[in-house]
Design a protein around this ligand. Structure first.
Ligand code: ADP
Length: 622
């Protein structure tokens, strides 16, 4: 027998579990049954597609066995099983970076952490919430040897050769005191299985000592009994009218590992040239690891009620990866492989129709279930924006679904509402990007809009700049970035005095001073209270975008220079107009450029010079 240590992360996780952060220890059974169900799915799939497994006898089932005296429960399945190596790597380490990420988010604040862990689900390790020790005996399908893995969940685990007549896995849970009090009870176990695992596709049997009244002896006797506990039906194939809210919520919990109810579900049966059923769920909370590259999508593909695979990019586009649920088709071959799926026309049409369905259901939720829609958009606005970037065919609908911060209203607003608020003669819907909300809201670029009572959308998500620079229109209305010089025409105040001649000597002086740090210096039509601002030409990336591209490692991007605009009505500019040739005008030119860049969130080019110039000017003014 060899003794091994847990990976540090596993130890951390076990610590948390033992300190009982979980508010629902009963879910240990759901987690173990779900592992068994996955193992059965995997073996079933192999028996369909792989010749080496086709001849193996396969009797898919999950058996629970309760021993009330010994205070043990076994969970046995006839699934794929684990080899010695599998046992070591699957039950001794955590491979998923999502879990690691989760651990790093723990704060030490028990209440907050309990919430986090509840959302997360810790799989197999949750057995240690109710157990003093756990034994796993497993034999991998296709192999003769079986192995036993034993652990107390504290000091690591041991592994040794064992016997198992057929492939599969048996998990033996030795209940701890609290666990025995709660769960060494057949009635309770049946209740938990029905609650979480009723729709698992395989039969779950429970063997226990059943008390029955014996008429002849006039006393209750115990008989060892085996009964099927779950319905084992593919619930999604039943007509909607027969299903209750509980049915839907329960299936969601058993396939997602989430114990909160889903926000929405959309159940569709398609008949006609293609026959399939889809049941999609929107989780109430976005999964913690949604933006990690290893994140696994949550839609499972079935063919005629038989599980084929999950986590396939072919099932739904990546931006909808937060959706969980089931696609069950009658028109795909059972032995379909990932490679075939990629070119499969049936699946491509199911996918297109599914995306349309999900988006149109969300649209009706936006209209009819406002409170829930607000919850939805708070979690998934960003995901939908990714769709705007990738899913050209559904762009119009996505623009309807996404919500925006704005200078006009508190909270979030839709483009339809923004459009309805447009002023007489307004040339487009304006937006500002490129930094945190507070920076954007105080940007000098917004001054003229405020003055003219024009609404501006505050796009402060890090992907906004990239996404929206590619989108010109919402319906027939142009979308315009306020930091682009093309908005000039829209803003011209009819009565603006034409003081170009007056300004020219100062503008020339500033251009000469700033040299190749700017493309141009000109009088602004967009400023009210600030003396200066930066604008970019229509086709150029903004200063902030250039900074992002460089941060992402693109060293060779040409650096288009900004255009500096000054406010002819500002007191500083008016004073400078009187003495453009003075030395102070030089310092002022630099300071006007630097402050405009600072307000765009661009760091100073030369902080030391900035401070020197500022001090020179302070000295003369104090
Ligand atoms: P998860 O199920 O979320 O991957 P777990 O910690 O529950 O995480 O399980 C880790 C891994 O151990 C599983 O991914 C699977 O490969 C393996 N495993 C667990 N239980 C079984 C089982 N009953 N049969 C076969 N493999 C299993």
């Amino acid at each position: 027998m060899s003794k091994r240590e847990f990976q540090t992360e596993v130890e951390q996780l076990l610590q948390l579990i033992v300190h009982s952060l979980y508010s629902h220890p009963e879910i240990f059974l759901r987690e173990l049954i779900s592992n068994s169900s996955d193992a059965l799915d995997k073996l079933r799939h192999l028996t369909l597609v792989d010749d080496a497994y086709k001849s193996l006898p396969f009797d898919p089932r999950i058996d629970l066995e309760l021993d009330e005296d010994k205070k043990t429960l076994t969970i046995a399945d006839s699934g794929i099983g684990m080899s010695e190596e599998d046992l070591i790597s699957h039950l001794g380490t955590i491979a998923r970076s999502g879990t690691k990420n989760f651990l790093s988010q723990l704060s030490g604040d028990t209440k907050r952490d309990s919430n986090l862990i509840g959302q997360f689900g810790v799989g197999f390790y949750s057995a240690f919430m109710v157990a003093d020790s756990v034994e796993v005996v497993s034999r991998k399908a296709g192999e003769d040897k079986a192995w036993r893995w034993i652990s107390d969940g504290k000091t690591g685990f041991e592994i040794e050769p064992a016997e198992r007549p057929a492939p599969g896995t048996t998990v033996l849970v030795h209940f701890n005191e609290e666990g025995a009090a709660q769960y060494a009870n057949s009635w309770r176990l049946q209740e938990i299985v029905k609650k979480y695992s009723n729709h698992i596709a395989f039969p779950i049997f429970l063997t226990y000592d059943k008390s029955e009244w014996n008429e002849t002896d006039k006393k209750s006797i115990k008989t060892r009994t085996t009964e099927q506990v779950n319905a084992a039906s593919a619930m999604w194939r039943r007509p909607k009218a027969e299903l209750t809210q509980d049915d839907y919520q329960e299936l969601y919990k058993s396939i997602s590992g989430d114990w909160e109810n889903p926000l929405f579900w959309f159940h569709t049966k398609a008949e006609g040239s293609l026959e399939y059923t889809t049941l999609f769920y929107v989780p109430a909370k976005a999964p913690l690891d949604l933006y990690q590259s290893e994140y696994k999508g949550g839609v499972k593909l079935y063919v005629n009620r038989i599980f084929i695979m999950d986590d396939s990019k072919e099932l739904l586009p990546p931006y909808l990866r937060f959706i969980r649920g089931i696609i069950d088709s009658e028109d795909l071959p059972l032995n379909v492989s990932r490679e075939i799926l990629q070119q499969n026309r049936v699946l491509a049409s199911i996918r297109t129709a599914s995306v349309k369905k999900i988006l149109s259901e969300l649209k009706s939720a936006a209209a009819n279930r406002l409170d829930d829609y607000v919850k939805f958009i708070t979690e998934y606005n960003r995901s939908l924006k990714e769709g705007l970037y990738n899913d050209f065919a559904n762009r119009e609908t996505l623009l309807e679904l996404i919500r925006f911060k704005s200078t006009e209203v508190a909270g979030l607003t839709s483009l339809a509402d923004v459009k309805s608020r447009m002023k007489e003669g307004q040339k487009g819907i304006y937006y500002i990007t490129g930094g945190a909300e507070s920076l954007l809201r105080t940007s000098p670029l917004l001054e003229i809009y405020k003055k003219k009572n024009l609404e501006v959308l505050i796009l402060d998500d890090d992907i906004d700049e990239i996404v929206f620079s590619g989108i010109d229109k919402y319906t027939d209305v142009e979308l315009k970035a306020v930091n682009k010089s093309s908005t000039d025409e829209d803003l011209k105040v009819a009565a603006a005095p034409d003081n170009t001649d007056l300004l020219k000597p100062l503008l020339d002086k500033m251009k000469a001073t700033l040299g190749d740090r700017v493309k141009d210096v000109r009088a602004s039509v967009r400023l009210a209270d600030s003396p200066s601002c930066i604008v970019s030409d229509e086709d150029e990336p903004s200063m902030k975008m250039q900074q992002m591209l460089r941060a992402m490692g693109q060293k060779d991007i040409p650096a288009p220079k900004p255009t500096l605009e000054i406010n002819p009505d500002h007191e500083i500019v008016k004073k400078l107009l009187l003495r453009p040739a003075d030395a102070v005008a030089e310092d002022a030119s630099w300071l006007l450029l630097d402050q405009a860049l600072l307000m765009e969130g661009v760091p100073l080019h030369d902080p030391a010079m900035f401070v020197q110039r500022l001090n020179r000017i302070l000295q003369t003014s104090i």
